[in-house]
Design a protein around this ligand. Structure first.
Ligand SMILES: [Zn+2]
Length: 275
């Protein structure tokens, strides 16, 4: 599932393709993408729009349009974009939308599991849409150690579950939560509100380091995810714990263990990340 580094890689890949481009034709092939709004309605609204900005907030892509509206895209499990000169995109049974740009480029949206969403928001509606859904950006300037201390205060949920809650911190998913906890040597079952100041300092650094490394390596490709030019990420070659049950810990050699927290597979080193 794409997390902050994967979504950021998609954003960076699309910026040079979309900047200033106008949509000449739009097809939305899957009603699930835009529901409850009719896909043909959204497609008709997109034709003639020009892309002005492309930002990211958490795992959301925010396509700023010349009319002032924003196309808000969430890739969920398996959404991805591909672009190519018109007519050169390969056939794809999992294509859900296609945009033809006045630059001669086509941009396709592909989604095997079909949980991704496209929502067209009117000018001024973006903040209202995002603010109840998302906590601070973990790579942003406002995400300080002190901010993290405030965020965990009184939280009794396991720190793993806390990290996955987008309303607390935006953009972290299962991979980067496990990797950040390993880097900070914190057991994923520890109640978030019981972490001491040293642990919070380590966790704050580890969250940022794990996400930054993910962005540098253009995300992790496990099954579906690729950058918009079709290239895979490389972060999967650097996982310290995620998916590595039984393999030796990179720090101490003890076998990595897997458990389930809040319904999510969780990998950790029981020696480095003692309770
Ligand atoms: Zn270890």
């Amino acid at each position: 599932m794409p997390e902050l580094p994967e979504v950021e890689t998609v954003r960076r890949g699309l910026v040079p393709v979309l900047r200033g481009a106008t949509i000449d034709a739009a097809e939305i092939l899957d009603p699930r993408l835009t529901r409850p709004v009719e896909p043909a309605l959204v497609a008709a609204e997109l034709v003639g729009e020009r892309f002005e900005t492309l930002n990211r907030r958490g795992k959301y892509l925010l396509f700023g349009l010349a009319s002032g509206r924003t196309l808000v895209v969430h890739l969920r499990m398996t959404g991805s974009f591909r672009h190519a000169p018109a007519g050169e995109l390969p056939d794809d049974a999992h294509r859900r939308a296609l945009l033809r740009l006045d630059t001669g480029t086509e941009v396709a949206y592909r989604d095997v599991r079909r949980f991704g969403t496209w929502e067209l928001l009117d000018d001024g509606h973006l903040v209202v849409y995002l603010s109840p859904r998302l906590g601070p950006e973990p790579l942003g300037r406002s995400f300080t150690g002190r901010r993290l201390t405030h965020l965990v205060a009184g939280r009794r949920a396991p720190v793993k579950a806390f990290l996955l809650d987008q309303r607390r911190i935006a953009g972290i998913g299962n991979i980067y939560a496990d990797e950040a906890l390993w880097r900070s040597r914190i057991n994923p079952l520890r109640p978030a509100g019981e972490l001491d100041p040293d642990e919070l300092t380590r966790l704050h650094r580890a969250i940022r380091a794990a996400l930054r490394r993910g962005v540098e390596l253009r995300g992790s490709t496990l099954s579906e995810y690729t950058a918009p030019d079709g290239t895979p990420g490389a972060m999967q070659h650097e996982f310290h714990v995620y998916g590595r049950e039984g393999e030796p810990c990179d720090r101490c050699g003890h076998p990595i263990e897997r458990t389930v927290i809040g319904g999510r597979g969780t990998w950790f080193c029981p020696r480095c990340q003692r309770r």
